[in-house]
Design a protein around this ligand. Sequence first.
Ligand code: SF4
Ligand code: SF4
Ligand code: SF4
Length: 251
Amino acid sequence: MADKPTLAFFSLACCEGCQLQVLAANEKLLPILERADIVRFREASDGDADHYNVTFLEGSIVTEHDIERAKAIRAKTDVLVALGACATIGGVNVIKNFQESDDVAEYVYGDKKDWFPHIPTRPLKAEVQVDVEIHGCPINTCEFLEVAKCLLMGKPYRQPNYPVCVPCKLAGNVCLWHKGVPCLGVVTRAGCEPFLCPSAGHKCIGCRGLVDNPNTEAAADVMAEFGLTVEEVFREFSLFQGIYDDVAKMK
Ligand code: SF4
Ligand code: SF4
Ligand code: SF4
């Protein structure tokens, strides 16, 4: 990487909340700014460059134009980081995949629906090579800083590959299932700590996607103990988890 690497931020279909999480780091961004130049970050400054060492790309792909943009950005960067659930697993934009395409367009655009052609929502990795993923809706600012630090130091970032139950138990929480609340922490990738939803009494809704090789047999046992099947639980949590079926169908 260059002496002073260049960083860029872009967004596709999303709320840009993950870029706000980056800005929310405030003075914790200073060590990064000392070591790198942010040459493109629409939410914070003007400017652009022909080439980027690291690009953080937020948002999912919902149009053919998004595919073109993702490919053009990929061609201009050395390292592409998928920033947030929209980029890594399709995010909340996946909801439209569960409804008739025409109905969705009409609901949003009315009689102008044909002006806005769209395709089934998909994550970045369905269309371009992604080098690093930062999960979450929104991302965890601490994790963003860790990833940025690793990239600038030329070290690999190893994302957590254990379920949310691990930090939840370490935090001393009583499992929400014992309070009659289904929680997806059993199969969801950790990394949101110390901001765990169950620590605040809220169920995990799977915003960080599944761990690699989730132990669905153990999860099924837990769910059966409380009178639910894995399918029933996943249906309830289709907000984030549904993308896996859709990506499988698209391949
Ligand atoms: S992952 Fe969530 S917070 Fe981030 S851009 Fe998508 S919808 Fe917004
Ligand atoms: S509350 Fe959720 S994350 Fe915590 S132990 Fe229970 S299933 Fe796991
Ligand atoms: S507990 Fe679950 S829903 Fe909450 S931030 Fe972590 S992964 Fe996302």
